[in-house]
Structures are given as structure tokens and as C-alpha cells.
Design a protein around this ligand. Structure first.
Ligand SMILES: Nc1ncnc2c1ncn2[C@@H]1O[C@H](COP(=O)(O)OP(=O)(O)O)[C@@H](O)[C@H]1O
Ligand SMILES: [Mg+2]
Length: 296
């Protein structure tokens, strides 16, 4: 067995947005542990809390309650200076909107170099690193192009280069392929596998597309601000292309949180006509949920 280290730890995480006197609960007691070097997809319907979670992990937003840490950093106990350092060194971020990731008047090379200027990397080293990263993302022949001269897929590749500029241990991507066609999306997702192989970067990709399951070894489903089920499969990434080889065997688990709460898929509840109450029975090493009528 290979030893693993918990890298992202979210415990009973809540995020409540207040607009006037209305409260929106975006995260409701979310638990999640991601190990160092893992590639995880977080999948859920629109409004389920995916971006909220990613923004908290990126240090763009703070939770309302609970615990969250990334590596040695406790995200609830950061000064504004800590936040700045955290964002520059610990985490890279890729947005869905290609235009949001890049400065339109800078070339690909300049875009990738920019975050290194903010961390005072000497200019020669900056350029070498930026070239190396653009080669890694497959854009050796596009370095001097500005974003408008690049396709959507190429722009997202540059964006990944920008996110990796300061070699962060964590890469977060919020629906990075949302604006791309299927074939291009598939290539960009392969790139995440390649980066994971090359830099051992821990990667969390948010998506509303369950097909991402064919690109990652672990997929966590989020529903109403809480993790509900998880699919784990053996995955290996091809070293050069990053293409994922995912074991066909699919194992889906329902997640049990620290307080013993589980989410039962609605179709099961409907099937057994379980509405508000059920009896929980332990027998033969199993926990069984018995519909109310059967208890008479
Ligand atoms: N800044 C905000 N102010 C108020 N409500 C918000 C804000 N951001 C998100 N929400 C609400 O929180 C919930 C989760 O949103 P979000 O995390 O963006 O979901 P997803 O990314 O899965 O589509 C939604 O109900 C959304 O309307
Ligand atoms: Mg979102």
C-alpha cells in the first residue's frame, strides 16, 4: 500500500450568503478529504455549491462555519497578508470563462510570466519557466500569440500555464471545459492528467458533466451543498499525453459524514415509498432502512 497524506480537509463546512434579509445556504455541512497528489472531480447540478467550495479553497471567499485546511494552512485563520501569500504560492485557479483567465493584450508567454513577476522571480528564470510551461501544455508554437489569436481550447491551455506559473501544489479548475466542444474538452481534461503526472499537483476539477468520470479516479457528487456519493476507480495517466486509463469497474459509494448522516438517492426512497420516517435496523453486518408500513 502506498501511504497517503490528507491535503485538503473540509469538515462540516457551511457557507451562508445573506442578501438583504434573505439567507442562501450554499454549503451545508460539507465534508471532504483529498489526499496529496489526487485528481478529484466534483460534479453536481447548477446551484449545488461547486463554485462556492472552489472559491473557499482558493482563498477568494471565507466559510460561515466549519473547518477547512489546505496543506499547513488553516483557511479560517488567515490574515489578509496570509491570503495573498496563499493565493500566490499554494494555489492555481482556472475559470470557465476563457476571457477571465488571460489578459487580452498580453501574449501567451507574457500571460504565463505575469504571476512570477508578482512573486519576484528574476526575468530570465521567468521566461525559461514560462516557455517550459507552454511546451508542457502543448503550445510551443503559439507563445507569441495574444488570446484573440488562439482557439478556446488553446486559451484554456494558456490559462492552465498561468495557473501553474508559481508551481502551486494545488490546482483548482471551475468548469474549465464548459465553453469547449467535446473533443477539445477531452484534450484539456487529458492535460490535467499530464500535469498531475509531471508535477504531482493535487487537482480538483468542478464540472456538471458526469462524463468527466472517464478522466479521473475519483468523482464526488455534490448535492445541495453537501457531498452525497462518490465513485472511485483505478486510474493511470499516460505520461506523455496525460490520457486517462480508467478501470471499467465502477464502484459507487454513499458518503457517511462525521455525524452519521447519509443521503439516500431519491429514486430508492420513491421505490420503497419512504417519506419522512424509516426504521434503521442492524442485522447480519448490514444497516437496513425499513419503510414505515412494514413495521406493523
Ligand atoms: N455571491 C453570492 N451571493 C448570494 N448567493 C450566492 C452567491 N454565490 C452563490 N450563491 C448561491 O449559492 C448557491 C450555490 O451556488 P454555486 O456555488 O455558484 O453553485 P454551482 O457552482 O454548483 O452552480 C446557489 O443557490 C447560488 O445562487
Ligand atoms: Mg459554478
Amino acid at each position: 500500500m502506498t501511504s497517503t497524506t490528507a491535503y485538503i480537509v473540509c469538515e462540516d463546512l457551511f457557507k451562508i450568503y445573506k442578501i438583504a434579509d434573505l439567507e442562501v445556504v450554499a454549503l451545508r455541512g460539507l465534508d471532504l478529504v483529498v489526499d496529496e497528489g489526487e485528481v478529484v472531480a466534483v460534479v453536481g447540478a447548477s446551484g449545488s455549491g461547486k463554485s462556492t467550495l472552489l472559491n473557499i479553497l482558493a482563498g477568494y471567499d471565507t466559510p460561515s462555519a466549519g473547518r477547512v485546511s489546505v496543506g499547513q494552512t488553516d483557511l479560517l485563520r488567515m490574515t489578509s497578508k496570509d491570503v495573498e501569500t496563499y493565493r500566490r504560492h499554494e494555489v492555481g485557479f482556472v475559470w470557465q470563462q476563457t476571457s477571465r483567465n488571460l489578459f487580452p493584450y498580453l501574449t501567451a508567454l507574457e500571460n504565463v510570466s505575469l504571476p512570477m513577476m508578482l512573486t519576484n522571480v528574476p526575468s530570465k528564470e521567468r521566461e525559461e519557466k514560462a516557455r517550459y510551461l507552454l511546451e508542457t501544455v502543448g503550445l510551443s508554437d503559439r507563445m507569441d500569440h495574444t488570446p484573440e489569436k488562439l482557439s478556446g481550447g488553446e486559451q484554456q491551455r494558456v490559462a492552465i500555464g498561468v495557473a501553474l506559473s508559481n508551481t502551486p501544489p494545488l490546482l483548482l479548475a471551475d468548469e474549465p471545459t464548459g465553453e469547449l466542444d467535446d473533443a477539445t474538452a477531452s484534450e484539456v481534461l487529458d492535460l490535467f492528467g499530464k500535469i498531475n503526472q509531471e508535477f504531482n499537483t493535487t487537482i480538483m476539477i468542478v464540472s456538471h458533466d458526469p462524463d468527466i468520470a472517464y478522466k479521473v479516479g475519483r468523482l464526488v457528487m455534490i448535492r445541495d451543498g453537501k457531498m452525497s456519493t462518490e465513485v472511485r476507480r483505478k486510474v493511470s495517466y499516460e505520461k506523455i499525453s496525460g490520457e486517462a486509463q480508467v478501470d471499467a469497474k465502477l464502484e459507487e459509494f454513499t458518503l457517511v459524514d462525521g455525524a452519521g448522516r447519509v443521503q439516500i438517492p431519491k429514486e430508492y426512497l420513491d421505490q420503497l415509498q419512504i417519506k419522512e420516517r424509516a426504521r434503521v435496523v442492524v442485522e447480519d453486518g448490514r444497516v437496513t432502512l425499513v419503510p414505515e408500513e412494514e413495521q406493523k
